[in-house]
Design a protein around this ligand. Sequence first.
Ligand SMILES: Cc1cc2nc3c(=O)[nH]c(=O)nc-3n(C[C@H](O)[C@H](O)[C@H](O)COP(=O)(O)OP(=O)(O)OC[C@H]3O[C@@H](n4cnc5c(N)ncnc54)[C@H](O)[C@@H]3O)c2cc1C
Length: 265
Amino acid sequence: MRIKEYYAPTTLDEAYNLFQEELTTIISGGTWLKLLPKAIEKAIDLSKLGLDQVVEKPDTIEIGSMVTLEQLRQHPTLLALADGVIPKAINHIMGVPIRNIATIGGSVAGKFGFSDIITPLLTMGTIIEFSHMPDMSLEDYMAHKKIANDFITKIIIASVPGKAHFKSVKKTSNDFPILNICVSKLEGKYKIAVGARPAGALLAHKAMDFINEQTSITEDIISETATIAMTELTFGTNSRGSNVYRTSIAEVLIKRGLKEVQDAK
Ligand SMILES: Cc1cc2nc3c(=O)[nH]c(=O)nc-3n(C[C@H](O)[C@H](O)[C@H](O)COP(=O)(O)OP(=O)(O)OC[C@H]3O[C@@H](n4cnc5c(N)ncnc54)[C@H](O)[C@@H]3O)c2cc1C
């Protein structure tokens, strides 16, 4: 990675003001940026802003954008939350050396279609905090075109009782996913997210609305929910898998996910 000018601001205001200048790039872990061929004109390194902490609040967990994926994978609070779904999702992202550098901020800001972390975060009521802009839900952030004038400072997830189930289908354990799904049942409400379609992860709102209206959950309701999800989600083809393959496994995985979390109160 070639960097022409390098800045390591020590306050959020300083970082924000620098970022308003032309040709600036935020660097967190740099694991993804390092793979890109072009030189970075002005790099703004966020590592001196104290954004590397996980803080527990009464109903939320605030994760600083510079917290590494490995920190999250081993964090006791996250291991205890919703069946440890976030650490489980991180388990198969590359190996420990990359996870010790790659950050949650870079993982979310990249909006990577192959992301194994955005899919579970979508089911956890996640809010994105910026240095100056108002907070935004992760779902809105994903739908928003690139935010060019501010950067992520925290990822805030709901800390509520319930269960979640994540599954990523990969050819080998550390490969990019062919498809991933997460189903949660938190405070009695189901959420279903599907990622690596190969486009970015989406929540299946019609299917969620359908199952959340039911008074009892039977095999038929679970099948119907998965069928509705398949009518609203679209799948594509890339070198890892065809849309036909993705379509066929998605429905099965959604059903399995719903069954896994069904007994959560
Ligand atoms: C070889 C390889 C394989 C991988 N495989 C997988 C996989 O299978 N599944 C998976 O989920 N992930 C995978 N990853 C993705 C990995 O998780 C990302 O590289 C990592 O998440 C990026 O984090 P980073 O901190 O290094 O970001 P950086 O490389 O520093 O930044 C990534 C992008 O986000 C921007 N950015 C960074 N931080 C912020 C911020 N706080 N606010 C706004 N913009 C910001 C940067 O400007 C850049 O555009 C893989 C990565 C590599 C290198």
